[in-house]
Design a protein around this ligand. Structure first.
Ligand code: FHN
Length: 433
């Protein structure tokens, strides 16, 4: 073989075996990933039949509700106060750039019009409307991207067989056709990708229930990318990214931290996201009063950005379609904060100084934002991060901040601590050393 032939053979082999690299990812998706990283802040919505029992989205499993009883519950779902316009306006005022909503959770009920199962909100409930269509149209109008959460795990479908670790007390026949189930999912995904206009992507969840099954992932991922080349795939499988995926998401944790107990500590090369509940529940839970303070939520958003990740902050609307006041209050407060400090979050990437106990840094071009979340003193030293600070100022007031360029880093004199201020943000204009 001539050496040039050997070289082309090796190149072809590398392209064939390499997982999704930048070289292979089409430009539309690379652009969508960059948009996504700039967006930084999204709103997660867990809403479905389970909201009626007000005990979170796992109630079917936790109370061992059989399929036929749960179907009755589904047939009573009638969220008459649902207003897509109000939801999207609330999201916009909070400063989020995208919404990720449950199109189908583990209970297997489709919150959208589906031709491949009657078990959907239009055909099975007195509501008869398609809230996802209303939301998609409203998001288009108000300039918010819409992503669909889609559960691969199903506690209702007869063909979800063999069963995984959950959904064992639902009274279903102990038989089924796995490939038929996968075909059903692909058919539903096709509906979601062809009837709701351009969507941001699909947020998958539930594969962890049957980690060793053949989920035909590559077939499903290709289908999605063929139908909408800019749609991103965000899998919540709690593992390092697989080929064809676009975002690595971490549940209730910052990237690489595993306080939740099921996240991987391995951080891949894809854009990152952390999802977070505002209290302790995803779906509406009437007794869960463990609301995080606005200060904690802003702190998490800042730490996510400092870790180069987005924050996907959850709400669990009530069964009538309204959002709990505790949630709207917090969303409004985060939005107010972002109106002043948004330039240090949106369009940034993780900064040159890795996150610390006192806070985090973000960066856009030569500008570094130092977020001081938890530092009582006026003097703060930063280790050498390879650039010279040309100018330092306070983001809120524009007031000058004294900076001393020392041999091993810089020392900032922070503005005095103001009580209740969640984050003192210092803007450093830097130049190469
Ligand atoms: O089981 C789900 C849970 O209900 C919720 O949807 C979260 C959101 O990240 N994900 C699953 C657990 O990994």
């Amino acid at each position: 073989m001539k050496s040039s032939h050997v070289l082309s053979f090796v190149c072809a082999l590398v392209v064939w075996i390499a997982p999704t690299t930048h070289a292979q990812t089409p430009p539309e998706r690379m652009a969508a990933r960059a948009w996504y990283q700039d967006a930084k802040f999204g709103m997660f919505i867990h809403w479905g039949v389970y909201s009626q029992l007000a005990q979170g989205e796992w109630v079917m499993q936790q109370r061992a509700i059989p399929v036929d009883s749960y179907e009755w519950l589904a047939s009573a779902f009638n969220p008459v106060k649902f207003s897509a316009q109000e939801w999207v306006a609330t999201a916009k005022a909070a400063g989020v750039k995208y919404i990720t909503i449950t199109s189908r959770h583990h209970d297997g009920f489709s919150m959208f019009a589906s031709k491949v199962t009657p078990y959907n909100i239009v055909d099975f409930t007195p509501f008869k409307r398609d809230p996802l269509k209303e939301l998609a149209d409203e998001c288009q109008k108000q300039g918010i991207k819409l992503f669909f959460y889609y559960s691969q795990l199903d506690w209702h479908h007869p063909d979800f067989w063999p069963r995984g670790g959950t959904g064992l007390a639902t009274g279903r026949a102990e038989s089924g056709d796995w490939n038929k189930y996968l075909d059903f999912m692909d058919a539903q995904l096709e509906e979601l990708l062809t009837r709701y206009g351009p969507i941001g992507g699909i947020w998958f969840d539930g594969m962890w229930d049957k980690p060793n099954a053949d989920w035909r992932l590559q077939r499903t991922y290709s289908l999605i990318h063929r139908l909408q080349p800019s749609a991103l795939i965000v899998p919540n499988h709690h593992k390092a990214p697989l080929p064809g995926e676009d975002v690595q998401t971490f549940e209730q944790d910052l990237p690489g931290a595993n306080t939740a107990g099921f996240n991987t500590k391995e951080i891949g090369a894809l854009p990152l996201e952390s999802s977070l509940t505002m209290n302790g529940s995803w779906g509406f839970n009437i007794t869960d009063k463990k609301w995080k303070s606005t200060r904690e939520l802003i702190g998490f958003l800042v730490r996510a950005a400092g870790n180069d990740a987005n924050l996907l902050l959850n709400i669990g609307p009530r069964p009538d379609g309204t959002i709990q006041p505790e949630a709207t209050e917090r969303l409004r407060a985060v939005g107010d904060w972002l109106r002043t400090y948004g330039s240090s979050i949106y369009g940034t990437r993780g900064g040159p100084v890795p996150p610390r106990e006192w806070g985090a840094t973000t960066q856009r071009g030569d500008t570094v934002f130092v977020h001081v979340l938890n530092w009582p003193d006026r003097l703060l030293s930063l280790p050498d991060f390879g650039a010279r600070v040309v100018k330092a100022s306070e983001l809120k007031t524009g007031g000058r901040v004294e900076v001393v360029q020392a041999a091993n880093g810089v020392i900032l004199t922070l503005p005095p601590l103001v009580s209740d201020e969640p984050d003192r943000v210092i803007v450093l204009v830097t130049s190469k050393k």
